[in-house]
Design a protein around this ligand. Structure first.
Ligand code: AMP
Length: 584
């Protein structure tokens, strides 16, 4: 196919205001393409030389594009820049400069064979692949040779393509419809294949050469469209929808990761199927160590954790991974844990049609859990109260709630169905004041904190029973000096068992006589079955906890343990918290 023909179709697509016309225009263009070039036609229309998840970048900025144009047309760089400024469209600048150019000493448009789609595509691929020393010059030379041979209208689209501003508004679904129309295949079949193998160039080639779409298989290295969840806000509704029994999992608050292990190594894809491997070299390494399979596709959530305590942090902390030059530093300051919740392919076996319960068993068989790779915490539950208790536990430890899943469900690629239902809060609260809590126990530290305590178990006071009830485990907010000091002041208070005036469901590594009081702030006060403070006061089976607690740096040496925040005050604080709406 001549490139001019593609360009004509693009211009028509650009000028239409009706989607149905757009589909028709594309379908008739596709019909004219040969099976060996249809993929190139499609990639050029979509503005990416390869499916986006391959992460191939042209590496051509506006400056470089203008330099290539200058070289091809003999127009000065300054003139081109002002043309670009005036029109605001690099394509228009290219078109005008090519139209008015005398092409001095260069190739003369029309004096030779017209450009073919394949030539344009192959040259652009070379531009993308030029790397290392001299890559810039190479890119300019290749591009200017294209411009030198293109008509003004062709140059317009090449320029827009290379700087990533094609903006035709042609979505993948539009292409699917046009392909179905052009080749007489069912749209649903194409969609299904696209969920399994989201590479429209590849799929188009298959249908254009008359190959059946059911040959498209789940393939390590090629991301599948992820299964998505619906949402409901009551545990009884959720259980009813799922047929009475659910696999309930913590809903971790991080970045979804589809992890592919294949001969070419480990690759991580985001929920939107971008290749995010570069942001998580630590996850790649940990996966290699933890997963016992030659080939696999796993799903999980990457969560930022406190480097000192291993406790989960809100997902915003992962943003440090997004800036390329910061990844190495971020790995240390913001380490992560990968919580795996599904496996959809293992060593040649496609598990997407297997029930979830089977996949979870398989997952535990192939994963050897470590500090960095864990299996998402889950319970199989069949009564709403237990789901609620588990939900409160999930929230109190820093997750968003639960995802409840049908144990018999298949992995439905690309679907937002009722087999996965998220259970999270419509509102979250904001803790409005600090609290003064009593240190009743401690947990040994790891890494930098080895030999000291890494976290402390804190309690509120109940004057009526003269007991201390736990509200949180805190490890954040302590400087190195604080940790040494805490160790020293707690040493004389160490006892071999829980103090009789302490009520706790948690098992601390070390117990103390309740005496030391410290000031703590958290994100909010939540319900939690893990702590004994106000147990049953708001809901049966759950107490109150401080979510994301941190030491403020203030030792309340002015307060004895009986002057610490009381359980009644905790309840008041819980009730008086400011509520903020939670986004979807
Ligand atoms: P939402 O983004 O609110 O629609 O919730 C769905 C997202 O929750 C998924 O895309 C995952 O990133 C995340 N998630 C966290 N934990 C789980 C889990 N156990 N199962 C499935 N998705 C999870």
């Amino acid at each position: 196919m001549q490139f001019g023909e593609l360009v004509k179709a693009l211009a028509a697509v650009e000028s239409t205001t009706q989607r149905s016309v757009m589909v028709k225009l594309l379908a008739s263009l596709f019909k004219k393409a040969l099976p060996e070039e249809i993929d190139k036609v499609i990639y050029l229309i979509l503005g990416d030389l390869r499916p986006p998840w391959e992460g191939l970048e042209l590496g051509v900025g506006e400056k470089l594009c203008l330099r290539a144009l200058a070289k091809a047309t003999g127009t000065s760089q300054a003139e081109l820049e002002s043309l670009y400024k005036k029109t605001g469209d690099i394509g228009e600048a290219a078109r005008r400069s090519l139209a008015s150019s005398k092409r001095p000493g260069l190739l003369t448009f029309g004096s030779q064979k017209p450009l073919e789609v394949s030539e344009v595509y192959d040259t652009l691929l070379k531009v993308a692949r030029a790397s290392g020393e001299g890559a810039q010059d190479m890119k300019i030379a290749l591009l200017s040779s294209l411009f030198a041979r293109s008509s003004p209208e062709e140059g317009k689209y090449i320029a827009r393509f290379v700087v990533g501003k094609l903006r035709l508004g042609v979505a993948d679904m539009t292409i699917i419809e046009a392909l179905a129309d052009a080749y007489g295949v069912r749209k649903e079949d194409l969609e299904r294949a696209y969920h399994v193998y989201p590479d429209l160039g590849h799929l188009a080639k298959l249908v254009a050469s008359g190959k059946p779409l059911d040959e498209v298989k789940v393939t390590p290295g090629v991301p599948v469209l992820p299964m998505l969840a619906q949402r409901l806000s009551s545990s009884s509704e959720i259980l009813a929808k799922l047929g009475g029994t659910a696999i309930c999992e913590y809903k971790y608050d991080g970045e979804r990761a589809q992890i592919h292990i294949s001969q070419s190594g480990v690759r991580i894809f985001s929920r939107r199927l971008e290749d995010i491997t570069h942001a998580y070299p630590d996850v790649v390494k940990a996966v290699k160590e933890a997963v016992m399979a030659r080939e696999a596709i796993l799903e999980g959530e990457i969560v930022a954790v406190d480097p000192d305590t291993g406790e989960m942090l809100p997902f915003q902390e992962l943003m440090h991974r997004k800036r390329k030059h910061e990844v190495v530093a971020a790995m240390e300051m913001y380490p992560t844990v990968l919580y795996l919740f599904d496996v959809i392919f293992v060593d040649g076996e496609d598990l997407t049609n297997e029930p979830l319960i089977y996949r979870r068993v398989k997952l535990s068989e192939i994963v050897q859990e470590s500090d960095k790779v864990q299996i998402a915490k889950w319970l199989m539950l069949d009564d709403p109260d237990s789901v609620d208790v588990f939900f409160h536990e999930a929230v109190s430890v820093g997750t968003e709630g639960l995802i409840c899943k049908s144990p018999t469900s298949e992995y439905e690629m690309g679907a937002r169905g009722w087999n996965w239902i998220k259970y999270k809060r419509d509102y979250k609260s904001e803790m409005i004041d600090t609290v003064d809590l009593v240190v009743v126990g401690a947990f040994y530290g790891r890494g930098k904190r080895a030999g000291l305590y890494g976290a402390f178990l804190l309690a509120a006071y109940d004057p009526s029973s003269d007991m201390f009830y736990t509200v949180c485990k805190v490890g954040s907010g302590f400087t190195d000096a604080d940790l040494k000091k805490m160790y020293e002041i707690l040493q004389p208070l160490k006892i071999p068992h829980r103090h009789p005036r302490v009520s706790s469901k948690m098992e601390a590594d070390v117990w103390f006589v309740p005496q030391v009081v410290i000031e703590v702030i958290g994100a909010e006060i939540t319900l939690s079955p893990l702590h004994t403070c106000c147990l049953g006061a708001v809901r049966p089976g759950v107490g109150l906890a401080v979510r994301f607690p941190r030491f403020t740096g203030r030792y309340r040496t002015d307060k004895g343990p009986e002057q610490a925040t009381t359980v009644a005050e905790m309840l008041e604080l819980y009730k008086r918290q400011k509520k903020v709406a939670q986004p979807e």
